[in-house]
Design a protein around this ligand. Structure first.
Ligand code: EPZ
Length: 417
């Protein structure tokens, strides 16, 4: 298992290009199952999770070819409706094939994802919505088995705003008979990217990006040519990394609108963030001020940046309260940040962060994707050497993060095990 060795204390400076969004690319690539013929997808990041979704699509019979950031997929010839445990276990987003498989073939057998490092993460709302659309759902031997002659449009209210649930049902509803109305739908930019893709395939969708989405089902969809949006979480991670090192960095190719909650929070801590020609410039402050942070569905502060901002608040002046409202167990990074000298106490959904003057390098371990990003951020500002093990977590969602950081002046090396 690879490790990162980080020598902290280097100021980040320069320009960095933000890659395509992992969490947008996954559903967009899955939507290839909905149409016969070759679709073209641009700005696809080169990540472990993307390789997993490609394996899953190939398992269903999809053909693909591609170079660099452009991928062509013909997902229309579905030869196998089962998403096996081994793939779903590696990546929960695999459950996104459920809606498209039922819509397209009338049946699907998809392994139930288990809990994961950040919470129980059930898929009950995906299943309830498919049932409302007329699917028969059985849970057998750890698998969800879904059947429907043709899904029917329905009115669906999501008890919790769910990104994956909204995406799954958007894809199912695109080919259902009649109109589906999703209430309390997720408003995340990744959902909008998927809705735009489906529209490019001929789907009839209104309201994506709001909490009510209406989908008028069509008889068939056609291949499309689309681009995936920039990764707002990768961008946010670089903003925080630059800020914590007192750096001066321009992010190229990110979408500033998607980062509003983070930008406003960083300004509250004294960091300067401003749009410049071709990107977004972030400049550190002589002293970082504390700030309270509460994660919420979009446009609120993203849970996927909670761990990283905590690393910044760990060296701020004063105390901050970080409240996690999306996942029940997303504080696994706290124990590791404490190994670096952070003063953080967790009480239920709240973490009280008392800023310290400096963090000190130590061996730490990544427990999930964003926790590892937070440990990289902390390692960049800690005095001395931080060794981060289980880097495979970070490889799931950050394209060559060590190379991008090195180009900005950080001292970070990958040690191959
Ligand atoms: C997506 O996960 C992202 N993953 C996550 O990013 C992100 O943290 C999350 O949305 C929230 O923004 C992808 O897009 C691939 P949810 P998802 O359904 O869709 C509960 C990362 O680090 N819930 O919006 O799985 C659920 O347990 C990852 O890149 C139910 O109770 O999240 C959670 O508490 C991690 N029943 C809340 O809703 C359901 O049926 C929101 O989850 C579905 C969800």
């Amino acid at each position: 298992m690879d490790k990162f060795i980080i020598e902290g204390g280097k100021r980040l400076e320069g320009r960095v290009r933000i890659s395509g969004s992992k969490n947008a690319a996954l559903p967009v690539l899955v939507s290839s199952l909905l149409a016969d013929g070759w679709s073209t997808y641009r700005n696809i990041p080169d990540l472990a999770d993307i390789r997993t979704i490609k394996r899953l699509l190939a398992n269903h019979g999809a053909q693909m070819e591609g170079q660099g950031e452009t991928l062509r997929i013909n997902g229309g010839n579905i030869s196998n409706c089962e998403a096996p445990y081994d793939l779903v276990r590696t990546m929960r987003a695999s459950v996104l094939v459920l809606g498209p498989l039922v819509a397209r073939t009338g049946k699907a057998r998809v392994s139930l994802p288990g809990g994961c490092a950040i919470g129980a993460r059930p898929i009950n709302l995906h299943l309830k919505a498919l049932e409302a659309m007329g699917a028969e759902i059985d849970l057998r031997e750890g698998y969800v088995e879904a059947k429907a002659k043709r899904l029917k449009g329905a009115r669906i209210y999501f008890d919790i705003s769910t990104v994956g649930g909204t995406e799954n049902i958007l894809m199912a509803a695109a080919l259902a008979k009649g109109t589906t109305r999703l209430e309390n739908a997720a408003k995340e930019p990744e959902v909008v990217n998927l809705a735009d893709t489906l529209e490019a395939m001929g789907a009839k969708i209104k309201g994506a990006g709001t909490d009510v989405i209406t989908i008028e089902g069509v008889e068939g969809l056609r291949p499309c040519e689309v681009s995936v949006i920039p990764d707002r979480i990768e961008a946010g991670t670089f903003l925080i990394a630059a800020a914590v090192t007192g750096g001066d960095v321009v992010l190229e190719g990110c979408d500033t609108n998607h980062l509003d909650a983070l930008i406003l929070k960083l300004r509250e801590t004294g960091i300067t963030v401003e749009p410049v020609d071709g990107g977004l410039r972030v400049r550190g402050a002589p002293e970082i001020r504390s700030a309270d942070v509460k994660t919420l569905p979009y446009p609120g502060f993203p849970t996927d940046l909670q761990a990283q901002i905590m690393a910044l608040l760990a060296v701020a002046r004063g105390s901050s309260v970080v409240t996690e409202t999306i996942f029940e167990n997303r504080f696994m990074h706290v124990a590791e940040l404490r190994r670096l000298g952070a003063d953080i106490v967790v009480d239920g959904h709240n973490a009280v962060v008392k800023g310290v003057k400096r963090l000190k390098g130590a061996p730490v371990m990544a427990t999930d994707l964003r926790a590892s990003a937070s440990l990289v951020v902390a390692g960049l500002v800690a005095e001395g050497k931080t060794t981060l093990s289980r880097v495979y977590h970070i490889d799931r969602g950050y394209q060559t993060i060590e190379k991008k950081l090195t180009a900005l002046g950080a001292s970070i090396k990958r040690v191959r095990a």
